[in-house]
Design a protein around this ligand. Structure first.
Ligand SMILES: [Zn+2]
Ligand SMILES: [Zn+2]
Length: 383
């Protein structure tokens, strides 16, 4: 059949395997070509769905997304149990390591780093940890308002200077420095897809968050005796969930933009991603500081952090969706299995059945692609 949108001859399917467009007249709302009701990395979801796992762990198939969701929930339940048992130090350690460790398992599952785990992990997760240690220690040496993130007592009132440093200067400095190790990844040419850049950036951001969280809480722990235990659960939630998700998402977007730039695709969407990362980080840090200073209900602080993280996740999906639609269009035909709907398919860039962009497939599936002649008999490059 002929695709309604790119006019190429393609095998029958609900989606065009060449350009990913939804075929025919659809009951679903929206533009069939940009198909924002069918997120290219997870066609079962809308692009604007702020789902943590399917956004930050884009290579996972449908079943694996559920497994990771359960693992995250179980980890958080573990933090809560340790907290209720009064084991604050253990609760802090589990909270700080939870998301970074899940991400390490994900990188292994999807083999995102292919044959070079040491190099890739060193320049992403490891680089983020090193930058996190240096920046957090230097930042605290320069200015330490009242240990804003981690001291529930929050005794002193915050000054304008302190707000500008912690709420404005530090987020900008961090967003620049967190992306530096991934930028210098020596074999980055072997990972040309934007989805790879996103994952590397998230890993770097999580490494940073781990170092920042542990250093921050270590200073709070030394004065543990003076702390009202009732307030720890809010700070633990920030440490376990919102801090790593904010740091990971923001750096994911910045590094994904660097990858887009290297492909010569720096447009408004990409510049918007960097602006969004910096603005969201400022909103997160300055907002948390101001709300703590105003002594509002700590639950309101968590809601604010969740809103910022949700906005970041949606922008990542918007950025990655359009990058996938564009980048997967260059793949050649091959026999493969769709990681999303598990159908055996002969496809180019997109699963004709569910519309998943096959550049976001786990590496084991990409490796097992068996090249086939284009059914429409036009010679094509691709993999
Ligand atoms: Zn098409
Ligand atoms: Zn499929």
């Amino acid at each position: 059949m002929q695709c309604d949108h790119c006019a190429q001859d393609v095998p029958d399917g609900v989606f065009c395997t060449r350009c990913g467009a939804h075929q025919g007249t659809t009951q679903e709302s929206g533009n069939a070509k940009t198909r924002e009701h069918r997120y290219a990395a997870h066609p079962g979801e809308h692009v604007a769905q702020p789902s943590v796992i399917s956004t930050l762990f884009p290579h996972l198939g449908h079943n694996k997304v559920h497994e990771f969701r359960w693992a995250l929930t179980a980890g958080l339940a573990g933090v809560l149990v340790l907290y209720l048992a009064g084991l604050i130090t253990a609760a802090i350690l589990v909270a700080a390591f939870l998301v970074p460790v899940l991400y390490l398992i994900y990188l292994y599952e999807a083999q995102v780093y292919r044959d070079e785990p040491a190099t890739v992990l060193g320049f992403t997760l490891g680089g983020g940890i090193v930058v996190g240690i240096v920046v957090t220690i230097l930042g605290r040496a320069i200015y330490n308002p009242f240990d804003y993130n981690h001291n529930p007592l929050g005794s002193a009132s915050i000054s304008i200077g302190g707000l500008l440093i912690v709420g404005l200067l530090m987020p900008v400095v961090q967003e620049v420095l967190k992306a530096v190790p991934a930028y210098f990844l020596p074999n980055h040419a072997e990972f040309p897809e934007t989805v790879d850049g996103l994952v590397f950036g998230v890993a770097a951001g999580l490494g940073f968050s781990l170092a920042e969280g542990l250093i921050g809480f270590s200073s709070a722990l030394t004065s543990l005796a003076h702390v009202a235990p009732g307030n720890w659960i809010y700070d633990l939630t920030t440490l376990a969930v919102f801090q790593p998700l904010m740091q990971g998402s923001a750096t994911g977007m910045v590094v994904a933009t660097i990858w887009r730039y290297r492909r010569g695709r720096l447009g408004g969407r990409e510049i918007g991603a960097v602006v969004m990362a910096v603005v969201a980080h400022i909103a997160f840090s300055a907002g948390t500081l101001l709300l703590k200073d105003a002594a509002v209900n700590p639950l309101a602080i968590l809601i604010w952090q969740a809103v910022v993280v949700g906005a970041l996740l949606i922008y990542i999906r918007y950025l990655l969706h359009h990058a996938l639609l564009e980048e997967a269009a260059h793949m050649g035909f091959a026999e493969t299995v769709c990681p999303s709907c598990h159908t055996h398919i002969v496809a180019a860039g997109f699963c004709p059945n569910c519309g998943m962009a096959l550049t976001a497939a786990p590496n084991s599936i990409k490796r097992s692609r068996r090249p086939r002649k284009d059914p429409a008999a036009t010679p094509s490059g691709g993999e």
